[in-house]
Design a protein around this ligand. Structure first.
Ligand code: FAD
Length: 426
């Protein structure tokens, strides 16, 4: 009989909770990954994230071959793939790490029901976060909707309960076999020219002082690695504890938005704060196009959008400026911007993207107040005063000949505030 370990967004052999327990409980563990058509069908054939996942799996497979094993890679609708796997293998148990997105929760329930109905046991584990689901609640047992008290409770609970020691894996217990690893073409995709940068933890000591300056480019670049689980959250928290409290705080923001999505899945489509539903978004398509292409006439917004389009990444400070500009200056529905970021970002994460977009729009749980309207020119003076970042992404940047803004700041600011005000106080 075989135990299957199902890789999903935990693409590593090291410190992997469910994998550790699978190898502990069985002498015959078969590792599996499924390229899910329900997700892939909506992506372009050269999607950079698919390339990244494929090359990460290839590395995992290389390591597995050293242990006399290999990775089973399947592609299809997940339910159909599992139906076929049940026929192909004599499966006793299936282990996986939990995923808290609404789609994943539904999928895992469906698969567990199928497996359980065939008397195959399923075992799921917490791995991508330190605290999940109902681990951190207010004293009245309701979820937190404001970051700072959530963070305080998180830190308190962490001190009391968390053991960061490694979940070691016993490599002798993988199923011995040699299944050829598919090329990206076999999967129906082509390799993207956009590559995920390696993460860098060297500059973290000064994280709090450098993180807001896009030209310094000294943030960790961990986001896609955390997104797909190439690194263990526990290890990153351990490093954060040793190096920089502000960096730790960012990792807690990640968990904050994950628990918001878990407890309030309606945020995927709706404003967290319902009273913002009355905002009459202008949704001008031409202006949206100018924003997407980085042609708004505001160099900081344009540089950010061009960085995103070219590399699949944008610095956090600039994400805040571009998102704020779309929602407030252009009065375009945050859902349009969220969808554009989701398509382009290598680190796209539903919880963080949605949470931060709703923050920028003012509609979110612990959001920027509606009357706070970033001045993109002021942001430029503050965070990129030598226009170094701008010149990296806007070729031939020249302040004197730069195209005129598509909307004048003062007018846009007043329009945003009065529109929000009217919607909130009808
Ligand atoms: P660092 O500054 O080194 O931070 C370390 C890690 O902390 C990040 O990798 C991330 O996991 C977490 N983190 C940092 N800031 C935030 C935050 N504000 N919210 C949640 N987690 C955070 N982050 C994503 O991972 N995926 C997204 O889809 C995403 N969309 C965003 C959309 C908007 C409009 C904004 C304003 C922010 C978004 N962020 C998103 C948050 C943040 O911009 C990125 O996590 C960060 O820029 C990634 O670079 P880094 O790994 O070098 O970050």
């Amino acid at each position: 009989k075989t135990t299957l370990f199902w890789f999903r967004r935990d693409l590593r052999l090291e410190d992997n909770t469910a994998l550790h327990y699978a190898l502990k409980s069985s002498n015959n563990v078969l590792p599996l990954f499924i390229f899910d058509d329900d997700i892939l069908d909506s992506l372009p054939k050269n999607d950079a994230r698919v390339s990244f996942i494929h090359s990460t799996l290839e590395n995992i497979n290389k390591k597995l071959t050293e242990f006399g094993s290999s990775l089973i890679v399947k592609k299809g609708s997940t339910l159909n793939v599992w139906k076929a796997l049940i026929q192909e293998y004599n499966i006793e148990r299936v282990f996986f790490n939990k995923d808290y997105e609404p789609y994943a929760i539904k999928r895992d329930l469906e698969i567990s029901e199928l497996l359980n109905s065939k008397e195959i046991e399923t075992k799921s584990f917490k791995d991508q976060v330190i605290f999940e689901e109902n681990d951190i609640l207010k004293n009245d047992n309701t979820p937190y909707t404001v970051f700072t008290p959530f963070k305080n409770k998180w830190l308190k609970a962490f001190d009391k309960t968390v053991d960061l020691s490694d979940f070691k894996i016993d490599t002798s217990k993988f199923h011995k076999h040699n299944t050829p690893f598919p090329t990206i073409k076999d999967i129906g995709f082509i390799r993207s020219k956009i590559r995920v940068k390696h993460y860098n933890l060297i500059a973290l000591k000064n994280y709090d002082t450098v993180r807001d300056f896009p030209a310094e480019d000294k943030t960790s670049y961990l986001s896609p690695h955390l997104r797909f689980g190439l690194v263990s959250t526990r290890k990153m928290v351990e490093i954060a504890l040793e190096t920089n409290a502000v960096f730790l705080s960012e990792l807690i923001w990640r968990e904050f938005f994950m628990q918001i999505l878990f407890h309030f899945p309606k945020v995927v489509t709706d404003n967290f704060k319902q009273k913002y539903d009355a905002i009459p978004w202008r949704n001008n398509e031409e202006e949206f196009k100018a924003w997407c292409e980085g042609k708004t006439g505001y160099p900081m917004v344009d540089a950010g959008m061009r960085q995103l389009n070219k590399t699949g990444y944008m610095h956090n400070r600039v994400r805040m400026v571009t998102a704020g500009f779309l929602c407030k200056h252009l009065l375009i529905d945050w859902r349009w911007g969220e969808a554009y970021f989701a398509e382009k970002l290598l680190d796209y994460e539903l919880s963080a993207n949605n949470g931060n977009w709703q923050w920028a729009a003012g509609t979110g749980c612990d959001a920027a107040p509606y009357f706070r309207v970033f001045n993109p020119a002021e942001q430029l003076r503050k965070f990129d005063k030598n226009t170094e970042y701008i010149r990296t992404w806007v070729e031939d940047y020249d302040e004197l000949t730069y195209p005129q803004p598509i909307v004048e700041h003062k007018l846009a600011r007043e329009r945003a505030i009065s529109t929000y005000k009217k919607a909130l106080n009808p």
